[in-house]
Design a binder for this molecule. Structure first.
Ligand code: GUN
Length: 331
């Protein structure tokens, strides 16, 4: 009897030790604070601009074209103008009513292409249905395309050449870098295949560099094994635009979760009448992760900061020398 009790005590001690060790080893979830990082990056940019100007250099100038009065676009453009102020850039906002003709808009784009004072410019998307977004994007001189949407920038990005990388994927890379998140050899699932986020994100995560060197799978609305792919992923980048799509049972313990979603979901308790909602069911997914971005305050602020970084590059002519290349008219 005495021996049995001793045996039982030993096994209980072992069990207690195993449980203690397990809880000790379990990773603690870290919230990726995009807001704080974005403020830090803006201060870094502002310091560099102050130095350029103090040495007699030109203050970078970003122009933005806004067509119509879409609520989301108004908010984004206002935030971009504000960020320019913080960074010490000059900014110009050019507004058109939603019934502007495509030709009138294209004429403004050509004018900005030729304006030596404007280092870079964007046309806020989406545009009204009667205007071809692709035509507008292709009319922008790629050397001033700080959004990184022009096919020349997209192509150069995909083969790792210097270019303007589109803002959201670049902002995500910056977050991975600043949090020293390992990506080499990791299984990365990108949810969504948009030209602005999903496709460039996948290309960048497979690039031979850090962050990158990952094994990338892109899942979309026609994917058959989306849940299984997510369950096996070390990193999930959710950019579907479907609120709360990623649930806890789709996420493996210790995964890194980047939430790009920012859908406006009606919420009567908010003054604005809506709540920005991510693609990830945050409350149930967060406890399983090693790192996760919140919505808002994760990827969103980094998108704007990436545009600021591209504008600084444009101001410094760090990627393209404007005077050397002839601008050809799009067909
Ligand atoms: N609409 C949504 N995101 C973006 C962006 O990054 N750039 C532009 N121009 N329009 C957008």
């Amino acid at each position: 009897m005495q021996n049995f009790l001793l045996f039982l005590l030993c096994r209980l001690t072992d069990l207690y030790y195993i449980c203690w060790k397990e809880s000790f080893n379990k990773e603690i979830m870290q919230l990726i604070d995009g807001k704080a990082i974005s403020e830090q990056v803006k201060q870094e940019i502002a310091a560099e601009v102050a130095e350029i100007v103090a040495k007699g250099g030109k203050r970078p100038h970003l122009a933005a074209i806004l067509v119509g009065h879409d609520g989301g676009s108004e908010t984004y453009v206002a935030a971009k103008v504000k960020a320019c102020e913080v960074c010490g850039f000059k900014s110009s906002l050019i507004r058109y009513e939603a019934d502007v003709t495509e030709e009138e808009l294209l004429a403004k784009v050509r004018e900005l292409n030729e304006d030596a004072d404007v280092d870079g410019f964007i046309v806020q998307l989406p545009l009204p249905k009667h205007i071809s977004e692709q035509k507008v994007i292709e009319t922008i001189d790629y050397r001033k395309d700080v959004d990184g949407f022009h096919p020349i920038n997209v192509g150069r990005m995909s083969i790792g050449l210097p270019c303007y990388v589109s803002a959201t994927p670049n902002g995500i890379l910056e977050l991975l870098k600043r949090y020293h998140i390992e990506t080499q050899g990791k299984k990365c699932v990108v949810l969504g295949r948009s030209n602005i986020v999903g496709k460039p994100m996948a290309a960048l995560m497979m690039q031979k560099s850090y962050p990158g060197d990952a094994t990338v799978t892109v899942c979309h609305s026609r994917s058959k094994d989306l849940v299984k792919e997510c369950q096996e992923a070390d990193i999930i980048i959710a950019a579907l635009g479907q609120p709360n799509f990623v649930k806890a049972d789709m996420v493996k313990e210790g995964a890194v979760i980047i939430d790009v979603g920012t859908t406006r979901v009606p919420d009567a308790s908010k003054k604005s009448g809506f709540k920005l909602t991510g693609d990830v069911k945050f409350d149930e997914v967060a406890p399983k992760c090693s790192y996760i971005t919140p919505v808002p305050g994760g990827v969103g602020p980094m998108t704007i900061v990436s545009l600021m970084k591209n504008t600084l590059l444009a101001g410094k002519k760090a990627i393209y020398k404007l005077s050397l290349i002839h601008i050809s008219e799009p067909t």
